[in-house]
Design a protein around this ligand. Structure first.
Ligand code: HEM
Length: 288
């Protein structure tokens, strides 16, 4: 089977999961084609595409990080089959992000090099870009064998640092409304905290109660960081603006969004744990 037949699993069978993942990865491209007229007649078409490519690269980076916790919570081990595809997909969008940026600079490579070393948000984006390139280049089975499983896993754990750099880059270039970057930061904190709690408890899976604790703690941190951010921007005490970040009049704030995502994980875990134990019980009864 050719490695390019991404819709087939390792045994060469057609895989519904892979087809869904592939469709998800191609969605931003299809959306850009549908929006072609609006983009082409907009003020800065290339800049529009730079934003789209960067945004989706970050989304897919987050999705690839969420696969391990999600497959454990949903008791759906097969998901691991699409993690690499989504990670590499994220890199493809980030490669396009850089190519579009170079095109926007009229292929003036001296200027690009100078900007990449002098503008802080580009220095940080550039470091994240290099990190993702290294992870994409070492993502093949051959590379895992060459580097060795343990060293490969350590190298690929740097994905959390890379995601943090990408997030900082996103915050730095978002001039007005930071609601979406704050929500993304909350989700990244949840993903990182999930790994840290698992590592600290020396257990891969977290209990439903631990997941509930995680959801509440991370959402409180998100509320606090939004208040601190507003406080710094407007030069006021974060305590004075704290009530505004809970306020529904200003839309559903990132803290609530993170709480909703965390609680969804709690509910899924609760349902799946009951389901799996019922399945196990009926299998034991059938065997008796
Ligand atoms: C050499 C590396 C990079 C360059 C030159 C670069 C360049 C840029 C530029 C020029 C913008 C638009 C800024 C503006 O319009 O004011 C941008 C936005 C953005 N970049 Fe990058 N970037 C790089 C790496 C990355 C990486 C590694 C990620 C994430 C994985 C990323 C994610 C984003 C996001 C999410 C946005 C904002 C999108 C939005 O507004 O919705 N960038 N980048």
């Amino acid at each position: 089977m050719s490695a390019w037949q991404l819709w087939r699993d390792r045994r060469g069978r057609l895989s519904a999961l892979r087809i869904v993942a592939l469709a998800l990865l191609l969605f931003p491209l299809a959306k850009a084609l549908i929006d072609y007229d609006a983009i082409a007649h907009g003020a800065r078409p290339i800049n529009d595409l730079i934003h789209r490519a960067g945004f989706w690269a970050l989304i897919f980076l987050g999705v690839s990080l969420a696969i391990t916790p999600f497959r454990r919570i949903a008791r759906y081990g097969n998901l691991i089959d699409v993690r690499r595809m989504i990670g590499v997909g994220s890199f493809c969008y980030i490669a396009a992000h850089l190519v579009l940026y170079v095109a926007d600079q009229k292929y003036d490579f001296a200027k690009v090099a100078s900007e990449l070393t002098h503008r802080l948000y580009l220095v940080i984006g550039g470091l994240a870009w290099l990190g993702l390139a290294v992870l994409a280049a070492t993502s093949t089975d051959g590379m895992v064998r060459r580097i060795g499983g343990l060293r490969w896993r350590r190298l690929h754990q740097t994905i959390y640092v890379i995601a943090l750099l990408a997030l900082i880059h996103y915050f730095q270039q978002t001039k007005a409304d930071v609601t979406v970057p704050t929500f993304a930061a909350g989700l990244l904190t949840w993903l990182l905290a999930y790994r840290l709690v698992g590592w600290w408890r020396d257990k891969n899976e977290l209990s439903t109660t631990q997941l509930l604790g995680l959801a509440v703690t991370v959402s409180l941190l998100t509320f606090a960081s939004e208040a601190i951010g507003i406080g710094i921007t407007f030069g006021v005490s974060p305590l004075r603006v704290l009530d505004s970040v809970f306020d529904f009049d200003a839309g559903i704030r990132p803290g609530w969004q993170v709480l909703a995502a965390g609680l969804a994980a709690v509910i899924l875990d609760f349902v799946r744990s009951r389901w799996t134990s019922r399945e196990r019980r009926s299998r034991t009864v059938a065997a008796e």
